[in-house]
Design a protein around this ligand. Sequence first.
Ligand code: SF4
Ligand code: SF4
Length: 292
Amino acid sequence: DITVSGKEEEMKRIIAQHPCYSKEAQHKFGRIHLPVAPACNIQCNYCDRKFDCVNESRPGVTSEVLTPHEALERTRQVLKEFPFIKVVGVAGPGDPLANDATFETFKLIKAEFPEVTLCLSTNGLALPDKMPEIIETGVDTLTVTLNAIDPAIEAQLISHVVYKGKMYKGVEAAEILIRNQLAGIKMAVDAGLVIKINTVMVPGINDKHIIEVAKKIHEMGVYIMNIMPLICQAKFADMEPPTPEERQKLQNACEPYVQQMRHCRQCRSDAFGLIGKDLSQMSEERRNTIKM
Ligand code: SF4
Ligand code: SF4
């Protein structure tokens, strides 16, 4: 079938040029994160919301928020100067799906740069509801942070979710979040998106359970898993992060089920360039030539 193989070829190209989905691509191709999404619809216990979303970013820094038009302007300047950047993503500083600006931005980018890969990361709460818009906008790669598939465990990681205008807490909140994450991941797989799952490893809460998450996402057709170490802040400020050895052991245990991303740098939500060499941390003077 020509359409199926055409789609497969396209997915292969997208993966080969995405620095997070392909280990080889990280040295050749870059990405730009556009910080257009400040609001969030859940509260993770490891997030104090003063900084970037921990799910896809480096905490302890605050990314300035851009409007969609400012984001387009930054993209123009950055892509002109750094043509090896093939991926334009929205990853915060809050949850991209809780902000209409995310889609406004993607539409502006797609209209001007139809060839770039659009990349979105989310906690997944709004995923089933937003899936039609995600597909219509032409998002290619999707990251969902999925920390547990057992509501009793997830309830220890979040304090509330706000879904359809109502706040939920405890196990009830966790059930809604997990149900939507799994339903949304399935819809995204069916729609042909390439999917990465980020899982924050929290010793004593979900560390022993993450293997079950790996098995589940393997069954669902997820492409790659990124187990991230807990960064201890907010309610979890006094907790211990996993050691690199503990995380590696867990990655090895999950590898038979789903490919492991081991080169994540926990970038800022305004990062751009190659993932190991962030141009967003370049000198102020150099940055100012790119800023509006
Ligand atoms: Fe913070 Fe991200 Fe969790 Fe929202 S989803 S509470 S921004 S870590
Ligand atoms: Fe890629 Fe990790 Fe950076 Fe996200 S935080 S862009 S997954 S390297």
